[in-house]
Design a protein around this ligand. Structure first.
Ligand code: FAD
Length: 297
């Protein structure tokens, strides 16, 4: 089933996982993660695509397993920056053959040591080019989605420019959007408000990443260009050397974000569960009734 069809009937709860990194290519550790996430009855699980196109086969394999063995809808992330049209044809065919109907269409980050100027003659410059290409060549075989940035994409000159690029992505075929991580819900509300003003009407799912340690929070925030609100930064200082306390605070903080988002009519909650199902479960266990308000059993 296409995620866009699910979103016509309800707000969604979803998880994001990544192919495990192992030297021998063994990905069996992911099945425990999926087993545990399946118990939480998500609307879909998305599988990331290795930066620079690494691990790409694993994304297709895992997305296919989620769909065909666990009977949960899956979304395969697909970044285009290092790919040719032929590569994209081959990956899309493989996804189609495996009954995976949903793609998160991404540009991806420039591989280390390269810049935009190295890619000017490539087949795909932006995620919107990928959307246009897949729509043109695979018609309605896939529901496409795109990434969006409440605190602006790091390469964008300003919020307005980033928003116009987002509109181009939606016009090219993205049927819903998933946000980058944010810890201050006001950035999400600003993005939704301004997007609606310029005619972006598709659902915008809120990407929430529960903090699991002070170190990982700092790293993630810096990589994603996400700001750390004052209260969270105080907890970070106070509990830096108390990892168990920091984890409890992270779960509590994410839970409060979700309650606020649901009260404000969010289109869906996408939890960056990062192969830590126990963290997603802890969030679920703390607000089971609130989550039901999101049309979720
Ligand atoms: P784009 O939408 O192409 O935007 C990139 C930049 O170009 C932005 O600054 C935008 O403003 C600008 N731009 C876009 N279109 C135009 C235009 N027509 N004219 C001028 N400027 C334009 N990375 C991975 O490698 N693998 C993953 O699995 C992955 N999953 C992600 C999931 C989510 C939900 C999010 C939010 C991000 C994910 N990323 C992933 C990271 C993503 O690849 C990077 O943020 C990347 O730098 C941008 O990708 P994009 O698809 O948003 O690019």
């Amino acid at each position: 089933m296409k995620i866009s069809d699910i979103l016509k009937t309800k707000s969604t709860i979803s998880f994001e996982i990544f192919p495990p990194k192992s030297k021998d290519g063994d990905i069996s550790s992911i099945y425990h993660t999926i087993d545990e996430l399946a118990k939480l009855n998500p609307d879909f699980i998305s599988v990331t695509y290795g930066a620079g196109g690494s691990n790409k086969g694993k994304t297709v394999e895992i997305a296919s397993t989620i769909k065909n063995k666990y009977h949960i809808e899956s979304v395969a992330h697909l970044s285009c920056i290092t790919h040719t049209k032929e590569d994209i044809d081959s990956i899309c065919k493989e996804l189609k053959d495996n009954n995976v109907e949903n793609i998160l269409a991404l540009r991806g980050d420039y591989p280390v040591g390269t810049t935009a100027s190295d890619y000017e003659t490539r087949d795909f410059m932006y995620a919107s080019d990928l959307c246009t290409y897949i729509k043109g060549n695979f018609k309605d075989d896939f529901c496409l989605s795109g990434a969006c940035y409440p605190e602006i994409h790091q390469e964008a000159a300003c919020f307005e420019e980033d928003l116009m690029a987002l509109k181009a992505k939606v016009d090219a075929g993205a049927e819903y959007l998933v946000t980058q991580i944010f810890y201050d819900n006001n950035y999400y509300y600003r993005l939704v408000k301004e997007a609606r003003k310029i005619g972006i009407t598709v659902p915008i799912l809120a990407g929430i990443m529960p903090v699991i340690s002070a170190k990982s929070l700092k790293r993630t925030a810096s990589l994603c260009g996400t700001s750390i609100p004052y209260d969270l930064s105080c907890y970070l200082e106070d509990y830096y050397n108390y990892p168990e306390a920091m984890k409890e605070i992270g779960i509590n903080y994410a839970t409060r974000q979700i309650i606020d988002l649901i009260s404000n009519g969010v289109d869906g909650i996408h939890i960056y569960s990062m192969n830590r199902p126990e963290i997603a479960k802890a969030v679920f266990d703390s607000i089971p009734t609130v989550l039901k308000e999101l049309n979720h059993d």
